[in-house]
Design a protein around this ligand. Sequence first.
Ligand code: KIV
Length: 271
Amino acid sequence: MSIHKEQKRITTNTILEMKQNGEKIAMLTAYDYSMAKMLDEAGVDVLLVGDSASNVMAGHETTLPITLDQMIYHAQSVVRAAKRSLVVVDLPFGSYQGNTKRALDSSIRIMKESGAHAVKLEGGSEVTDSIRRILTAGIPVMGHLGLTPQSIYKFGTYAVRAKEEAEAIKLRSDALLLEKAGCFSLVLEKIPAILAEEVSKSLHIPTIGIGAGKGTDGQVLVSHDMLGINHEFNPRFLRRYANLHEIIQEAVQHYTRDVKENKFPSDTEQY
Ligand code: KIV
């Protein structure tokens, strides 16, 4: 008999209940098996296979180049590790915009080939038809408003969005549209805290903020940023919980020195 206690999987219902119970939701990005295993075991609620993999994993300047095949590869690795967390996968740029059939096909490929639990896409009124079509296949959808990085060339800047009233009005109305279309949750990225709190209170579904203050129902950060692996990105909203860049650099310098001085391996580290 196994003494291993089965972990209860977080579902889209669990995170809705968290909002209803006033429990905040913790989401982090993950792109590979080893990191996803650590984050899952540490108790994070949601693992987002973000298209930020384009920046973090592949070194691209934007999220636009990453492909659906590449997202599926990352998602497969994360799903193999996640025993408790809900796994949400970004639909990459070009896999859903302006074509509801393509949006459905891309979502089905992600769910079928990776075993993930939900998809995420960016935008408001422009994508509600796609959301409704994806939902016809029983695939849960997370929305994403505010600074939506796939539209970076429209914005021209990574600055805070919806500071002007016209954009704030559209964001409020998009949030309601996404909820009505059937999204189970909504990411709010880099918008004024007061607006994020107002939108969160106006919705039944949970909001998850990044650079949107403490009034959202949960928070998300890019794990490589919050762990200090990437030490070159320093926006105001980012809190670093570790400095792994320094720890890894020191360990690698130490190893290299040991090899060059013939101190590694020792007599006990050989056969
Ligand atoms: O791709 C990503 O990492 C994201 C988060 C920043 C929300 O979409």
